[in-house]
Design a protein around this ligand. Sequence first.
Ligand code: ASP
Length: 593
Amino acid sequence: MLRTHTCGELRLSDASTTVTLSGWVQTIRDKGGVLWIDLRDRYGITQLILEEGVTAADLFATARTLGREFVLQATGQVVERKSKNPNIPTGDVEVRVSALTVLNPAKLPPFLIEDETDGGDDLRMKYRYLDLRRNPVRRNLELRHRMAQQTRLYMDGQQFIEVETPVLIKSTPEGARDFVVPSRMNPGEFYALPQSPQTFKQLLMVSGFDRYYQIVKCFRDEDLRADRQPEFTQIDCEMSFVEQEDILQMFEGLVRHLFKAVKGIDLASVPRMTYADAMRLYGSDKPDTRFGMEFAELKAVHQSGTFDTVDLTSGKGFGVFDSAEIVVGINAPGCASYTRKQLDELTEWIKRPQIGAKGLIYVRYNEDGSLKSSVDKFYTESELKAWAERFGAKPGDLMLIISGDAAKARKQLNELRLEMGTRLGLRDPNVFSTLWVLDFPLLEYGEEEERWFAMHHPFTSPKPEDIPLLETDPGAVRANAYDLVINGTEVGGGSIRIFNRDLQARMFSLLGFSDEEAKAQFGFLMDAFEFGAPPHGGIAFGFDRLCSLFGGADSIRDFIAFPKNNSGRDVMIDSPSTIADKQLDELKIRTVV
Ligand code: ASP
């Protein structure tokens, strides 16, 4: 070995032993007669010292020629430092160098290899191998490693077995486009890369594997929204002989295990909310529950008996509210002191095209108990008081209200709620709030395509009690489908599956597949259902996202060793790239003119 110790290992108790270290030059401080070198590896930093008159002259001269990021091997005696550095574990000692080998010189790196770097995103991605030398990025990958290890530990302890499924397959519908790979041996034919191992894990249940998991790459050719990767990693899981409750318990267990083992956090049990409630209270199926600020409705019609139909706004001459399907708002605690300027700025913010609200109405609940609103012309103070009651507002609070089409208004208010949460400092990345969202609708209607789409995927089972609605009111059918949400991010989702050929065929036909199409694409799965398929269900977690959440970061990119940029490019290896005509010919996919 080219070293006896790592650069993070030496302590005062090692003083006077002779050691050999290998690593990279972090910094060199040349104080004339004394030279200090910080030598770095992934374990830490150890200070080397060379002194004129003490260190051999040629050695001292060589040391002076070194630069940042040179790879060195240094041998010497461990000595106690005169001025100690309490900030690093090796800070009590230094190594008095008696022999030095330059294992490899280095060009000056294009950005600083420091915790705070001067390198922009593009540069860091082009030289990702240098970026990975930086502590914050390295720590992220170490976190990822621990997450994977602990996942395997938990799953193994629960009798799950890890099975690899193929990567060259055919389309698995998860709602994105497929990446395809041409087959040279079958000219004109293509494999698709898995959007998930969905069909294979279901087949494994038919095979009797009973509890399967896999930490697995998936591929989705989507228009890249911020912070999506065309290839990403899932913790993919499936179980047989289970109901929804069993899955929720099992994977709540996984999440709690990860929080405990990786972050030392004892997570309270994960609360549950129906999709309908999440939409009504937060305008989102992945609400950030680190803070309250739930929606209050001043005008809304509810068909089902569970929620109140209400109207506290109509007939007072305010046309905007009169013609609105819904009037809904949030109460921002302690914000009554917002100035006119701040309110105007908030109004502009919500009117931006990305959000698209037509306007913002406010009601200030002043400390003295009086109420002042931007619609004073139409509503009396006692009417505003009734609103305030509905909002649960107190003196000092500010009510922010929008109106319009119900679905749009809820979506816009969701954005406003998150923005206010951020402004009020209620979204601390080191506070974790988890939530199961349950009872998703089975289907959603695509207005453009004029057909139904599976909200989760076509293998998801309707709730047995809702099956009769499949023919009469498909939009009202609820699924045994669930999402795990942490801090407003969907980190996992799954469902109880269909395991009956006829129901699966009905589902495909509802989704607009002809019998032939369904058979051609998924005949293998429907056939399997006729050979003793057990009841089964599962879930998949977005592993990159889970890691970034645990790391308290917004971006998943820094938790992936070699990520792609926002245009789906790997700028380091310059991929995707063109291929040679010869390859195209072999693949028979070149248009010959
Ligand atoms: N295959 C699903 C997904 O990728 C997860 C599941 O239903 O288990 O979202």
